[in-house]
Design a protein around this ligand. Structure first.
Ligand SMILES: Cc1ncc(COP(=O)(O)O)c(C=O)c1O
Length: 371
C-alpha cells in the first residue's frame, strides 16, 4: 500500500460550519466563525490578541510593517528556515543576518545571536522547527539587554509549548500557519499573535488597508478613513469556518500525531546510522515533523519510493539561495546549517496514519542491506 507524505486532517465537522457560513450569506472577514476560531485559539494559546490572516507569511509581513522596518535595518535569523522569514523583512529593505543552528534541534543557536548584533539590528526572528522550541529564555534575555524585538515563527507550532507557554506567545509577535501541510489547517491561513499591547491598534489598521474601520465597528468613531499604510490581511469567513471545525478537535489530533511520532522514535532509535530528533526537557512538542538525519539521503528516498513510501526534505539553507545571497549574509561559521540540512529527511506523518511499522521495517532492511 502506498503511503503519502501527508494527508491533511479532516475532523468531519468542517463541512457543516462552511455550509452554515454560506447560508448566513456574509463571507467577509471578522464574521461569526472568525470570532469563534479566535476564541478557541485564545483558549489553546493563552494569547490576548490574535488576528486571523490569509497565511503565516502575511502575519510576518504585518509584524515587519508594525515595527517600521526600513532600508538598512538588520534582522537576525537562522538560515535553516522558511523563505517567508526573510522575505517579510527584505520587502521593507532590511538586510538578513544569518547565524548557525544547533544541530540537536535544528533551531537557531541562541549562543551565537549576541555577537551578530550591530547598531542596525532591530529584530531577532526565531523559528521553532517541528514545534520543538528554541531556547526562549536565553533569546528573550539577549533581546531585552540589547533592546531588540523578537518574532516567533511558530508556523509549525499549534499545540506546542515552552515551559508551559504556547509557542508564539513569548516574543513580541508570533505567527502560526494553517496551511494544509500543518497539523491544523484551512487550506491557506494563519494567525498573528500580538503579545505587546502597544501594537494592537496599529495592526488593526494595517490589516484594514490602512483604515480605522475597526474603530468604526467598535463604535469609537462615526466614519472611517485612510490613516496609515496597510493592506488587506483578513482571513475569509469560509476559511475561518473550516478552521473552527479543525480547532475544536485539536486534542484528538495532537494526541494521535504524538503517538505516531513516539512510535517512530522508539523504532528508529536503535539504528546506528540514523540520528533522531532531540526534544529539550523544557519543550512540549506537537508531533508536527518526524525527521531522521542520515548520510546519502537521496538513496534512502529512492529506496522508500520504490516501496511506495513518500519522504521529503527541506529547507535549502537561505544563505545559499540566490535571494539569500542578494539580501543577506551569514555571520560567523556555518558549522552545522549546511551539513545537517543536507542529511535531514522527513518521514510521513499525518492523522490516522498506520504505516509507521512498515516504514521503519523498510528503513531497517535498507540499513542491514548496506552492511
Ligand atoms: C517555518 C515556516 N514559516 C512560515 C511558513 C509560511 O506559512 P504560510 O504558508 O501559512 O504562509 C511555513 C510554511 O511552510 C513554514 O514552514
Amino acid at each position: 500500500m502506498d503511503i503519502p507524505f501527508n494527508k491533511p486532517f479532516v475532523s468531519g465537522h468542517e463541512q457543516k460550519y462552511v455550509l452554515d457560513a454560506i447560508a448566513k450569506g456574509d463571507l467577509t472577514g471578522d464574521g461569526q466563525y472568525s470570532n469563534k476560531s479566535i476564541q478557541l485559539l485564545k483558549k489553546i494559546t493563552g494569547a490576548k490578541s490574535i488576528l486571523l490572516t490569509p497565511s503565516a507569511t502575511h502575519g510576518l509581513e504585518m509584524a515587519a510593517l508594525a515595527l517600521d522596518i526600513e532600508e538598512g535595518d538588520e534582522v537576525i535569523m537562522s538560515s535553516f528556515t522558511f523563505v517567508s522569514c526573510g522575505n517579510a523583512f527584505v520587502l521593507r529593505g532590511a538586510k538578513i543576518i544569518f547565524v548557525d543552528i544547533r544541530p540537536d534541534t535544528m533551531n537557531i543557536d541562541e549562543q551565537l545571536i549576541e555577537a551578530a548584533i550591530t547598531e542596525r539590528t532591530r529584530v531577532i526572528v526565531v523559528m521553532h522547527y517541528g514545534g520543538i522550541a528554541c531556547a526562549m529564555d536565553e533569546i528573550m534575555a539577549v533581546a531585552l539587554r540589547r533592546n531588540l524585538y523578537v518574532i516567533e515563527d511558530a508556523a509549525h507550532c499549534i499545540g506546542a509549548y515552552y515551559k508551559e507557554k504556547h509557542l508564539g506567545t513569548i516574543g513580541h509577535f508570533g505567527v502560526i500557519s494553517f496551511h494544509s501541510t500543518k497539523n491544523i489547517h484551512c487550506g491557506e491561513g494563519g494567525a498573528l499573535l500580538i503579545n505587546d499591547d502597544k501594537f494592537v491598534e496599529r495592526l488593526e489598521i494595517i490589516r484594514e488597508k490602512g483604515t480605522n474601520r475597526q474603530q468604526l465597528l467598535d463604535g469609537k468613531v462615526d466614519k472611517y478613513s485612510w490613516v496609515d499604510i496597510g493592506s488587506s490581511y483578513l482571513m475569509s469567513e469560509l476559511n475561518a469556518a473550516y478552521l473552527y471545525g479543525q480547532l475544536q478537535n485539536i486534542d484528538r489530533l495532537t494526541q494521535n500525531r504524538l503517538q505516531i511520532w513516539n512510535r517512530y522514535y522508539f523504532l528508529l532509535k536503535t539504528i546506528d546510522e540514523i540520528e533522531i530528533p532531540v526534544v529539550p526537557v523544557e519543550t512540549q512538542h506537537n508531533g508536527h515533523i518526524f525527521y531522521i538525519k542520515i548520510a546519502h539521503r537521496s538513496k534512502l528516498i529512492a529506496f522508500l519510493n520504490s516501496k511506495g513510501i513518500q519522504s521529503v526534505f527541506h529547507y535549502i539553507p537561505l544563505h545559499s539561495s540566490v535571494a539569500g545571497k542578494a539580501y543577506g549574509k551569514f555571520y560567523g561559521e556555518d558549522r552545522f546549517t549546511t551539513k545537517h540540512s543536507e542529511r535531514l529527511l522527513r518521514l510521513p506523518l499525518f492523522y490516522g496514519s498506520d504505516g509507521v511499522e512498515n516504514i521503519c521495517g523498510y528503513i531497517k532492511n535498507y540499513f542491514s542491506e548496506q552492511k
